[in-house]
Design a protein around this ligand. Sequence first.
Ligand code: G6P
Length: 613
Amino acid sequence: MCGIIGYIGEKKASPILINGLLCLEYRGYDSAGIATLEKDGITVKKDKGRVKNLYNLEGIDSLEGTVGIAHTRWATHGKPSMENAHPHLDNSSTFAVVHNGIIENYSELRDFLTEKGYHFLSQTDTEVIPNLIHYYFSQDSKKDDDQLLRAVKSTCDDLKGSYAIEVISPLFPDRIIVVRKDSPLVIGTCKKENHIASDIPAVLAFTKNFYLLNDQEYAVVYKNRIRFFDASLVEHTKAINNIEWDAAAAEKDGFEDYMLKEIYEQPNAIRETIGSRFRLGEKCSFDDINLTKEYLSSLDKIYFVACGTAMHAGLIAKNVVEKLCRIPCEVEVASEFRYRDPIIDEKTLCIFISQSGETADTIAALKLAKQKGCKTLTITNVIGSSITREADYTIYTHAGPEIAVASTKAYTSQIVLLIILAMHFAEILNSYPEEKIEKLKADILDIPSKIETILDNVDEIKAFAKKVYTQKDMFFLGRGMDYAVSMEGSLKLKEISYIHSEAYAAGELKHGPIALIENGVTVIGVITDPKLVEKSISNMQEIITRGAYTLVVTNQVLPNVHFNSVINIPETDPLLSSLLSIVPLQCLSYYISKNKGLDVDKPRNLAKSVTVE
Ligand code: G6P
């Protein structure tokens, strides 16, 4: 769960590498480092702490090399320290390596190398890689131009686990060798220089032309050409992908933090995600998937599998699909699903939701579902991400790059896409009245401007955040889909404000949690379902009587009850209300975190892309 960058061209590599790392800090930020090829060999500069610390390292300004690799780390093996920071060198300082992923058999490989006389300076799994490269390189008697590539390949053949690797060596100063397996890596290409990165936004400022490496595909990257090889080192050609994202979209655009910018980008992200999926008076269009009436009618279950916020989008989808299609749905976190021997077969459609498309547990769960004979469909935001290469079908949200660790616009875009998918299934199955689907479509088209209205009126939320930011615990209550939104609101708060919070189905309150309510405890209620207003109000009354400090997010006319704060949001179809009610909760977490003076975009211990299990 780290970020890697590489540069080869005619400019000084070090500032380009450090800038690239700054864009990837969301992937990990406990240590960072770069290695460049200088006149007298490899120079490594690294330390624990944030990427910006690299600017203060002695000698960093005097690096002249035009070829280099770089890394920002999220520790897995070995604590954050200078020794454990990447890049790592082999014992002879001939090969420098950065690595994102986990080498599961590293201790076996360490023993093998130790027996051969190698020694290790760090506790990382990565350090076996440069030494294995050295080992295979010295074993190879064929001294030709591809000797380094062969050594990297032999090394990778020994590795179990996941990796995206970059290798440089003064013996081959005109190239960077890269390879990936289950960890992301892209190559951005432009005139006389090439850029390597863990994700596209990190190099969008230089190019829109990208090569997306496949699993176990090798690339030898020179400044003005790139050679591609498959897992057996058979050379092949590869098509370029043109990425339409705007570089400015990956920057802060005047907002104080990425998270705030991304909250405000939700109306447009939703418009983009709706795209041309439907028009009023026409059926939804999903040319990218081909699920027939016969297949959909044969299903006895749909599973939504995901992690974190994406799983919360699945909870909303379950409600909508069950209502529109009358197919039973289950939602499960990927890390549970994959180890549980789930009861699934060809009559189960498994839908995997992942913003990044790189979450290790979600990808493993998808592989399991495939083995069991299910059709697999993935919903992701990142074109060409690892999950898209595994799934039978992929549909994309078009939320644009999401940089803040806490997900916001990816979540609402996922929900919109899932609702459109549910309407598509219902249209195929004839399971929901046509005129109701038509009305739902009109309501979906109104959602972006309704979110804009909410975002134009955040003063009440800001004021509430100011009053409660010193609290230690908070509770979120809701029923039905309001409960699912409460879970997401509670997760947002935990992630970025470090306040303990729990979400409860409001009806469960009396079965335990009410014991925790005492004078001054903050409770946030979400009340949008007209059928459940009275029930939810009774639950809120019970906690007000016990002294709770309350905020309610609602689009209903509430009876005369004294809440400390009420956030009124626009009305919409109850199936869509999560898209509106989550927005004040996202803002609440954001402003609480700001009041506490925390780093909103990079909360402690978290990473945007969890590529380890
Ligand atoms: C991490 C992130 C969350 C995200 C989850 C799933 O925990 O911090 O924001 O919801 O991973 O990520 P995915 O990319 O699969 O949606």
